[in-house]
Ligand binder design. Structure first.
Ligand SMILES: [Zn+2]
Length: 290
């Protein structure tokens, strides 16, 4: 069965809900997310950064996600998250990814546009439908972890709606990841999302271009709901699943110092990730939308 991500994104944008994007770096997290999606009948994106996909091998990640999608009859879209160069994006497509986030946001506008357009052209040549996301504007942090220091957010780095329109027009992307006060990871610095900016971006872009919120972890339920109402159709969650997994694993290992069977030690952590993923699916209104 092959599902079309653009159909789900269009529905999410129109009906004001969001497709969750969960990053995974091991089999337990992947299983947990697939099970959560199946149980709630939700379309879900599963993301691997360049580092995460190296752990599975890109082909391995694609094969595993395809196997779960078939077993559970639920749309699971595998995204090559934060892909930092054109060659790596093409390799992910070749390996079977159904989506690529080509993140050249650290480059100049011209270089970003050129690289992303090249990936879009490559994707359109494939027989399969492949969704491409570009990123414009600078997020203050790169790492999905619990940060010790405060995060400095400079509104001057937020994505300009005019430039976003030009970027989308010149690249032909399906999804845009803007900088709107979001940052990767969790810290003491409150995430103050610029909802007016999200609305402006949404108003400027055609309805077939979805808005993506990165660095979702730690935003809080009310902010997520407001962001979705403002036009966000896809939300990235990584750190909160990592915290759920490692915290539970640490506790289980402490309680069972003599256990040596890995899957017995990881079972409660897997369950914790599944529970967390289900909370986000419901919060984003994606349940029952498969
Ligand atoms: Zn991200």
């Amino acid at each position: 069965m092959s599902y079309d991500l653009s159909v789900y994104l269009k529905k999410a944008t129109a009906d004001k809900w969001a497709i969750p994007h969960f990053n995974v770096c091991n089999l337990e997290q992947l299983r947990a997310v697939a099970n959560a999606a199946a149980e709630l009948r939700a379309p879900v994106m599963i993301g691997t950064s360049e580092g995460e996909r190296a752990l599975f091998t890109p082909e391995g990640a694609a094969a595993l996600v395809a196997a779960y999608e078939e077993k559970f009859c639920v749309p699971l879209f595998l995204n090559a998250d934060h892909t930092k160069n054109v060659a790596s994006a093409k390799a992910a497509i070749e390996a079977g990814y159904s989506s690529v986030h080509i993140d050249l946001s650290k480059l100049s506008f011209a270089e970003n546009t050129k690289g992303v357009a090249e990936v879009v052209r490559y994707a359109r040549k494939q027989k399969r439908k492949i969704s491409i996301e570009g990123e414009l504007g600078a997020l203050a942090t790169d790492s999905s972890t619990v940060l010790k220091s405060e995060v400095k957010i400079d509104p001057a780095t937020f994505t300009s709606p005019e430039q976003a329109l030009e970027f989308v027009h010149k690249t032909g992307i399906d999804r845009l990841a803007p900088a709107v006060g979001n940052y990767h990871g969790i810290s003491k610095t409150k995430k103050n999302l610029d909802f007016a900016r999200i609305k402006d971006l949404r108003a400027k872009l055609r309805s077939n271009v979805a808005l993506v919120l990165h660095g979702g972890s730690g935003s809080g339920d009310a902010a997520f709901k407001k962001a979705i109402r403002a036009g966000i159709a896809n939300i990235h969650i990584s750190t909160e699943l990592r915290v759920a997994y490692t915290k539970t694993l640490r506790e289980t290992m402490k309680k069972n110092p003599d256990e040596v069977i890995p899957y017995k030690l990881t079972a409660p952590a897997t369950e914790a990730v599944k529970k967390k993923a289900m909370e986000f699916i419901k919060l984003f209104g994606a349940n029952g939308k498969a």
